[in-house]
Ligand binder design. Structure first.
Ligand SMILES: [Zn+2]
Length: 160
């Protein structure tokens, strides 16, 4: 990536539309600043797509055994792993969006933080708290930084 000297280094992602929108957002913060929203979004999208392709697509849906099976006439399923042999090139963006929608349910381990993938240095980290952004002082806001599910259950009577 070229040198960036802009001011944009945070993207807040809200997934879904209208009633289907997710309640929570994901905050992505970059280690560099972009000049335009378009550059920032493209950079984040490329990194997430690389992560998806490397960690999910290639391992789950684009395996060598399935490629060999696709060349055999007549079969609808991979002879080795049993995966349905649909025309996957057309589906990569649908699967990518589905993976993005699921990000809110992933753990750090599921997402797999990394500083680089296949030699590409990553600039974006996701999963930061919106507390970084809301501009309210810490005496006005309670921030539960981890285990919010346990804190809330304890508040209504759960004994750990
Ligand atoms: Zn297969």
């Amino acid at each position: 990536m070229s040198e960036q000297h802009g001011t944009i280094n945070v993207i807040v992602l809200h997934f879904g539309y209208a009633e289907e929108a997710r309640l929570a957002s994901i905050v992505a913060i970059a280690d560099c600043c972009f000049n335009t929203e378009k550059e920032a979004i493209k950079s984040l999208a490329e990194e997430l797509f690389l992560k998806f392709k490397t960690n999910v697509w290639t391992k789950k849906y684009d395996k060598e055994c399935c490629k060999k099976s696709s060349n055999i006439e007549g079969g609808n399923f991979c002879y080795k792993c049993g995966l349905y042999l649909e025309k996957k090139e057309d589906l990569i963006y649908e699967y990518f969006m589905s993976w993005l929608l699921d990000l809110l349910t992933y753990t750090n381990d599921d997402f797999g933080y990394a500083e680089e993938i296949d030699g590409v240095l990553l600039h974006w980290e996701i999963g930061f708290s919106p507390m970084h952004l809301i501009g309210r002082s810490s005496i006005e806001v309670v921030c539960i930084v981890e285990n919010a599910e346990k804190v809330l259950a304890k508040a209504v009577g759960w004994k750990e």
